[in-house]
Structure formats: C-alpha cells, structure tokens
Design a binder for this molecule. Structure first.
Ligand code: NAD
Ligand code: TYD
Length: 345
C-alpha cells in the first residue's frame, strides 16, 4: 500500500512516520510537508534512507501540486496531520489557520475523489468540543458531545471535521476522523507547554505559566496516538469518529512541577503570567468507543511517558537547540543537496 502522510515533518506526523516506516516494510510511506516554521526534516533524518520512505515538499493547499502527487503515486490511504496547530499563534493571526486547516483539507479530499482512495483519515483534536468546567470531574468529551470550538485554531479544526463528514455523506468518500487529547513526547516543537518547560528549565530560564496554572489538559504519549490511528485506518468502518485519550488529566502547574522535580530544578523558576484570551478550562476524553470497537489501549501512563520524554530531550539536545537557534531551517537545503528527498517545487 502507498500511504500519504501530510504534515509528517511535524511533531505527531513525524512520530507516525517513524512508527509506520519501521512497522510496515512493504508499504510505501510518503510524507508531504510544506516545512513551515514547525516542520523539521531533522525529525525524519533517522528514517530518511529507508527504502519504504519518501519525502515531498509541498503545500496541501496547492491544488495542482497535490493532484500531481496523486497522479504520480498511486495513493491508497491519506492521513492528514498537516495543520497550523498552535492556539496562541491562532489568536495572533487566524487567517493561515483557516487556509491550511480548512482549504488544505478540502484540496486533499478533492484529490481523493478524483484519483480514488481506500481511506481519507483526518487527524483532529478534542479541542473541537470546547472545554469542560473545572468543578465537574464527572464530565468527559464523547463523540456525541456537540462541537463548540473556542479558539480560531479549534474552530478551523472543527470546520475541517464538518467538511470531512460532508464529503462522506455527499460523495461517499471513505473517511474517518480521530479527535485526540494533548500529545507529548519526542520531536515536540519547543513552543508547546511540555517541551517549552523542559528546554527553558534546562537553561535555568523562567517558566511562564498562564493565569493561575489550574487549567486541565488530558495528556497522551504520542506513540499511543500513533497506534490508535494505525488501528483506525486499517480496521475501522468508514464514516466513524473516534476520541483518543488515556485519562491522564493534569493541571498545568502539576505538569510544570513534575518536570522541575525530574530535572532537579527549583520551583522558583515558575512565573505566573497573563492568561491566554479565551483559555479553555479543562479537556477530558472518554475513549471507550475506540477501546471497545478496535481494542485500543494506551501503553504509557503520564508518570512513565513524562520520564521518557525528558530523557529524550536530554539525549537529543541538538534537535531542539537547532530549533531554538534557527539552524534547523538549513537542514532542508542540506538534505536536498544530499538527495535524500525529492521536491515538487
Ligand atoms: P505540528 O505543528 O508539529 O506539525 C504540523 C506539520 O504540518 C508541520 O510539519 C508543518 O510543516 C506541516 N504543514 C503546515 N501547513 C502545511 C501545509 N499547508 N501543507 C503541508 N504541510 C503543512 O503539529 P502537531 O502537533 O504534530 O499536530 C499534527 C496534527 O494533529 C494537527 O492536525 C493537529 O491539529 C492534530 N492534533 C495535535 C495535538 C497535539 O497535542 N499536538 C492533539 C490532537 C490533535
Ligand atoms: P499548549 O501546549 O499550547 O496546548 P493547547 O493550548 O493546545 O492545550 O498549552 C497547554 C496548556 O499549557 C494550556 O492550558 C496553555 C498552557 N501554557 C502555559 O501555561 N504556558 C505556556 O507557555 C504555554 C505554551 C502553554
């Protein structure tokens, strides 16, 4: 099979590329990525000379190029990770979120209709459900929770989800959607909470905690997200939506203090700063549908996953220090010169 992974040079897409290239030697795993500020070919370097790996630099909103990619590669499955993904950036500049996350999804699905595929899988987020109150720990997001996005980011993802389901109903495109909670693990861009706090603590820099630090996120180790998507694209019925999460609800301040404790750093590094506008209070996933239908279970608890993550950041300083210095952007040029990947540009 030929599996097209968009956004495969990003955090979760990159982990999924590693997972798929290593697991399915007889499938061809093709990454399409625009390499925006958070797309990083150094993430794919460890698998870049594998026979079943291919990289194409392209923008999912560029219809002609996407059609050409489908024309030249017989694609069986698309897994769409490509997105603008940072809530804080969406508050500053919403437009690119609508362009990439909505129009990009539409272009990909049009290509799927034109050339035919077995499955189009949309990687979505629990943020489409809005938030839950802090004082109702009995409440969880299920697949039937109404869409109620709060940020321009989550509104763009919710719009894409609606479009995906409309292509299923109207054109019978074989689609599926997964809505996952916050991921953490290797190759996470250091502007998101966990990698930001690890990298800053290691440099003895202040750790900015928004508001009172009591907002709750439900953390999932990224490999568990990859195993769930792999099960969905291979085994689920078409037209299904699955929530993915592992019941690891933590307040932000708990997460930051855990990181400081493991790194043996002082809590005086914590600095409470102005809150994010429209800051969602609590996310919490009910993943019983995927557990029941597809027998998925997360492998990692937060205690184990956070230790593995910190260990990875300690052992892979070059990866994140290149990002902090901007050096990672030169890697693309270097990789092209070595002809490790192809470009449609
Ligand atoms: P990321 O920002 O690390 O990676 C996004 C990737 O998409 C980058 O490699 C970027 O270069 C690429 N990209 C952006 N615009 C593109 C375009 N126009 N054409 C082609 N490629 C483009 O994001 P992530 O955290 O890995 O998230 C991946 C997906 O998972 C997103 O769709 C996000 O909404 C979803 N998701 C993320 C989380 C999370 O905790 N990070 C949780 C649930 C769902
Ligand atoms: P983030 O990693 O941006 O993910 P999301 O907004 O998609 O949940 O943020 C996770 C939580 O951490 C969120 O409640 C905002 C908070 N946060 C901080 O307190 N300080 C920071 O510097 C960042 C980036 C996030």
């Amino acid at each position: 099979m030929n599996i097209l992974v968009t956004g495969g040079a990003g955090f979760i897409g990159g982990n999924f590329m590693h997972y798929m290239v290593n697991k399915y030697e007889n499938d061809k795993i093709i990454c399409v990525d625009k390499l925006t500020y958070c797309g990083n070919l150094e993430t794919l370097a460890p698998i870049s000379n594998r026979k079943n790996y291919k990289f194409i630099k392209a923008d999912i909103t560029d219809r002609n190029t996407i059609y050409q990619i489908f024309e030249e590669n017989k694609i069986d499955i698309v897994v769409n990770f490509a997105a603008e993904s940072h809530v804080d950036r969406s508050v500053e500049n919403p437009e690119i979120f609508i362009i990439t996350n909505v129009i990009g999804t539409q272009v990909l699905m049009d290509a799927c209709r034109k050339y035919g595929i077995k499955r189009f899988h949309q990687v979505s987020t629990d943020e489409v459900y809005g938030d839950l109150p802090l004082d109702r720990v009995d409440l969880f997001f299920t697949e039937n929770t109404p869409i109620r996005a709060s940020s321009p980011y989550s509104a763009s993802k919710a719009s894409a989800d609606l479009l995906v389901m409309s292509y299923y109903r109207t054109y019978q495109l074989p689609v599926s959607i997964s809505r996952c909670s916050n991921n953490y693990g290797p190759y996470h861009f250091p502007e998101k909470l966990i990698p930001l706090m690890i990298s800053r603590a290691l440099h003895n820099e202040k750790l900015p905690v928004y508001g009172n630090g009591l907002n709750v996120r439900d953390w999932l180790y990224v490999e568990d997200h990859c195993t769930a998507i792999d099960l969905i694209i291979r085994n689920s019925k078409v037209g299904e939506i699955y929530n993915i999460g592992g019941h690891n609800e933590k307040t932000n301040i708990e997460v930051v203090k855990t990181i400081l404790k493991i790194l043996e750093k002082d809590e005086s590094l914590i600095e409470y700063v102005k809150d994010r506008p429209g800051h969602d209070l609590r996310y919490a996933i009910d993943a019983s549908k995927i557990e029941k239908d597809l027998n998925w279970k997360p492998k990692y608890t937060f205690d184990i996953g956070i230790k593995k993550t910190i260990e990875w950041y300690l052992n892979n300083k070059t990866w994140w220090e290149h990002i902090l210095s901007g050096e990672y952007k030169n890697y693309f040029k270097k990789m092209y010169e070595k002809k490790y990947c192809s470009s449609n540009e």
